[in-house]
Ligand binder design. Structure first.
Ligand SMILES: O=P(O)(O)OC[C@@H](O)[C@@H](O)c1c[nH]c2ccccc12
Length: 259
């Protein structure tokens, strides 16, 4: 699944680069100020709430809301930051970032498969505050290069790992925000015990986020008690019976609202 998505992405980016070369919009890029990282670091607990309408395995998810409506619900109920899909396998598009940005003051992570430095410039141009870098699809050289380009643009990177090998590779880079993905991107199955298994190998220098498969307040609480700094949640929020209430519950830090 992952290989297939990445192959398509390479083709897509090649077309995009021809249609809209970097030289056309580079001068319009306004440098960011790392507010995604700052927002997370200054709170005792972070909920990164994902505006997710579909997934490659499940198709359309169970929500009646648009990305912007979800963003508004998350914002009103204590989320720390938002994640916005821009890849078409998730029914995303680049314009979603601008649309969501117009309805919320929260920092925004662009959720996509970054495989070319061009996409990093494009992310900042579109208004993202952070990008996702997936260690499984990048070489060490690419990771270092992309971290550098992002830093130059004032963009934060959430660097995603799923295995111990990836975690150890990432910890040799300048990555500050590291996400342990509980979803195996080869099979798309989730298991939050992946975070508990990898945590002992995390250096104290990184800010640790647990991603995917977090279904309810109890999962959130277990991860919080284990010492992760925050969680990234999509389906658990989008498919909740009461999205606002679930956002509030997952945003709680030791029983207190922390936003
Ligand atoms: O909906 P979930 O299980 O809460 O997962 C959200 C998020 O972590 C997931 O969308 C994700 C994390 N890393 C990815 C990489 C590619 C695609 C999707 C993802």
């Amino acid at each position: 699944m992952l290989n297939e998505i990445v192959t398509k992405k390479r083709r897509e980016v090649a077309i995009q680069k021809r249609e809209r070369p970097l030289s056309q919009f580079e001068k319009d890029i306004i440098r960011g100020d790392f507010r995604f990282r700052k927002g997370i670091k200054e709170k005792p607990w972070a909920l990164i709430a994902e505006c997710k309408l579909a997934s490659p395995t499940k198709g359309e998810l169970c929500t009646a809301y648009t990305e912007c409506e979800l963003a508004q619900i998350y914002t009103a109920n204590g989320a720390t930051a938002l994640s916005v899909h821009t890849d078409k396998h998730f029914k995303g598009k680049l314009e979603n970032i601008k649309m969501v940005k117009a309805v919320t003051p929260l920092p925004i992570l662009r959720k996509d498969f970054i495989i070319d430095a061009y996409q990093i410039y494009e992310s900042r141009w579109a208004g993202a505050d952070a990008i996702l870098l997936i260690a499984a699809v990048l070489s060490d050289e690419e990771m270092n290069e992309y971290l550098e380009v992002a830093a130059m643009l004032g963009l934060d990177c959430l660097v995603e790992v799923h295995t111990l090998e990836e975690l150890l590779r990432v910890q040799k880079t300048s990555a500050v925000l590291v996400g342990i993905n509980n979803r195996d991107l080869k099979t798309f199955t989730t298991d939050i015990s992946n975070t508990f298994a990898l945590m002992p190998y995390c250096s104290s220098k990184i800010v640790l986020i647990s991603e995917s498969g977090i279904k309810n307040q109890e999962d959130a609480k277990r991860l919080q008690e284990a010492g992760v700094k925050g969680i990234l949640v999509g389906e658990g929020l989008v498919c909740a019976h009461d999205i606002g209430m679930m956002t509030q519950e997952m945003a709680l830090c030791q029983g207190q609202r922390c936003s």
